[in-house]
Design a protein around this ligand. Structure first.
Ligand SMILES: CC(C)(COP(=O)(O)OP(=O)(O)OC[C@H]1O[C@@H](n2cnc3c(N)ncnc32)[C@H](O)[C@@H]1OP(=O)(O)O)[C@@H](O)C(=O)NCCC(=O)NCCS
Length: 194
């Protein structure tokens, strides 16, 4: 049976489950371990942490220490609906660029490799949760007005490639992104049916 997940908007009630996952060594960011800085931010000002996660504007720090403007995005926390205790199982993020009047455009800035990133807690991997979460996030991308997304993964990340392809991903090319290391990566596109 297909895995069932809900994508929830982060809030204070859900924060405890998220914090527990961070304490266990999980990181929502696949290019950099952000767990220590997020735990510090939650301990200092939990409301500000949530507001920052949900808010537009502000700056983000890249792997090389430089800072850039945050682009519009949605972070959703993934809960397994097919388990009686509906545990927190991971996080998924959609980001995009838009024109001044708010219309989304397909292009991304050079430091953003793809429109979507996701990370599942190791304890819950292999259950179809990332595949289901990406499908649900594609629905949100459609709502936003995106008709095609770009998504990338490491060459060695066979599970992620499978997740992308099961969601309609079409392989485009291999490439490297020096900002995030020397390893080759794969770029895919997913057409979003209207
Ligand atoms: C990669 C990751 C997202 C997978 O999450 P998950 O919930 O276990 O993924 P799913 O169970 O939805 O699907 C995994 C698919 O890959 C397949 N798979 C797993 N390991 C594989 C391998 N070594 N080779 C080929 N396929 C593999 C599974 O069989 C499954 O396909 P199926 O449903 O057709 O059987 C998770 O391990 C993770 O968060 N890793 C760290 C962060 C990361 O890599 N994020 C992706 C960045 S692009």
């Amino acid at each position: 049976m297909a895995a069932r997940v809900t994508l929830r908007v982060p809030d204070r009630l859900l924060l405890g489950a998220y914090e527990t996952a961070l304490c266990g060594g999980w990181s929502p960011n696949t290019t950099r371990d952000v767990a220590p800085e997020q735990l510090a931010a939650i301990a200092a000002e939990p409301d500000a942490f949530i507001a920052d996660l949900l808010g537009r504007g502000g700056r983000i720090r890249l792997n090389d220490g430089s800072e850039v403007d945050k682009i519009p995005g949605r972070t959703r926390w993934i809960f397994a609906q097919d388990r009686s205790d509906e545990p927190f199982v991971g996080s998924i993020n959609l980001r995009w660029l838009e024109e001044p009047e708010g219309r989304p455009v397909e292009a991304l800035p050079p430091h953003v490799l793809g429109h979507v990133g996701y990370s599942i807690l190791p304890a819950f991997s292999g259950n179809g949760y990332a595949t289901a979460a990406l499908a649900a996030m594609l629905d949100e991308a459609r709502e936003i007005g995106l008709s095609r997304i770009v998504i990338t993964c490491d060459v060695e990340n066979h599970a992620s490639r499978r997740i992308i392809e099961r969601n309609g991903g079409r392989f485009v090319e291999s490439f490297s992104a020096p900002l995030y290391g020397s390893e080759p990566r794969l770029r895919f596109t997913i057409e979003i049916a209207p």
